[in-house]
Design a protein around this ligand. Structure first.
Ligand code: HEC
Length: 114
């Protein structure tokens, strides 16, 4: 075994001491206490009205932004979209609920001529 001299051993001790981090430092990340304010636009809310409860099912997989960002569309567009969610993506929506949802979308997010 190689014995190291007292000077070397002291130097190593000082080096280790200078590298050591207290438990408190390690537990406090640099972003502690900082907050982020998200723009309100990210909170997508649907119009209150008949069918509002049923349309909540559309947010099982994605935000309402997917719906709202389509803009106003005609009834057949909403029929197609709603049916696509059920057929292609297996949205757990019954035929009765599908009717309610299409009427809701056509009423509040429709652009059909009245
Ligand atoms: C089972 C999961 C699921 C449910 C529930 C669901 N969607 Fe979707 N939706 C998707 C997926 C997956 C996409 C495509 C995402 C992509 O392409 O990035 C999508 C996309 C969309 C889009 C964007 C256009 C498009 O066709 O890609 C619209 C509009 C939309 N959904 C409306 C609805 C409506 C209305 C409902 C309620 C009837 C609904 N979604 C419920 C899974 C779902």
């Amino acid at each position: 075994m190689k014995i190291i001299g007292i000077t070397q051993s002291l130097a190593i001790s000082f080096l280790l001491a200078s590298l050591s981090v207290t438990a408190e430092d390690a537990a406090t990340p640099p972003f502690a206490g900082k907050t982020i304010d998200f723009p309100k636009a990210y909170v997508y809310q649907m119009q209150k009205g008949e069918g509002y409860e049923t349309i909540q099912k559309c947010s099982i997989c994605h935000s309402f932004g997917y719906i709202l960002n389509q803009g106003k569309q005609n009834r057949s567009f909403w029929e197609h979209e709603t049916h696509k969610m059920i057929e292609a993506y297996k949205a757990p929506i019954s035929p009765e609920e599908e009717k309610v949802i299409v009427s809701y979308l056509a009423k509040f997010y429709g652009n059909d001529k009245k």
